[in-house]
Design a binder for this molecule. Sequence first.
Ligand code: NAD
Length: 310
Amino acid sequence: MVSLIWSRPAVTTVTTVIDGNEVADGIRADLTGAIERLADAGVRPGLATVLMSPDPASQTYVSMKQRACEDVGIEGVHVEVDTDAPATELYGTVEGLNADPDVHGILVQLPLPEHVPAHEALERIDPRKDVDGLHPENVGRLVAGRPRYKPCTPHGVQRLLGAAGVDPEGKDVTVVGRSEIVGKPLANVLTNESEGGNATVTLCHSRTRDLAAKTRRADVLVAAAGRAEMIGADMVGEGATVIDVGINRVDADTEKGYELVGDVDFEAVKPKADAITPVPGGVGPMTIAMLLYNATAAAALQEGVDVDLP
Ligand code: NAD
């Protein structure tokens, strides 16, 4: 008797690891033309960062942003406000920067100390200088589908999808996290009727019931909850695109005593995904590149110079 043993051929799926550093470098290079055009018109974009926090992560973020400005020819200004100072001192700083014609963009690094309501500080930024896109006027414009500046991280996520050849149009996108800075504006950016939008977005949060059912059905899953490696393989559908916004410090046997991990369990999820972003080196560099983009756009807008932004 001949027995036939059929064995399933091995299927090897190749997952694309989306390189945020490479995509961000491309955006920075593309910005050069616009910055040169502004220089020809006698304008140097100016970006002010304002820090009112002793948090080492916030200090690292602002210095990275300042360095990035220098690299592309944007004039960086950094202002520190004492953490214990009254809220009015921060408001005064913002108002001073609003009045400074050399400053086209203002970024107040969040989080602020508990005694300073973030919305009060953000509302004081001149909306035309609000390069984080968090002033209610800019939030409203985004929701209405006519954004002035797209918030940096959501814009970065949208650009990463584009670079990975993933058009959100018609796709099911699940976003985990509903913050004002990432989740909510990202839901708007991807829903809006415009290029890189037109998706059907499910916005999940800490009160969402049966989160895994919503994440598993996503063609594109974006994790922005700030919970280390909370998205495991069982929460991801076969062939999904997975974008990890999370940056979490976890204790580790390293020189610094910690390492950075995302909200996605990268090693477990990678074999199931078509494409995935790493942490670090995924969304992080894009956030900074899109800040430079917004600062350039803000300078062009305020100085009335016509530039071609990529
Ligand atoms: P946040 O704390 O303001 O918001 C977190 C959101 O996640 C909340 O809406 C909450 O409802 C939701 N959430 C928390 N636990 C959840 C759970 N178990 N299930 C479902 N939803 C849950 O955070 P944020 O400012 O939006 O940042 C989120 C993460 O992204 C953080 O790790 C932050 O460091 C990171 N981040 C990264 C970048 C970047 O450039 N890569 C930029 C901004 C924020």
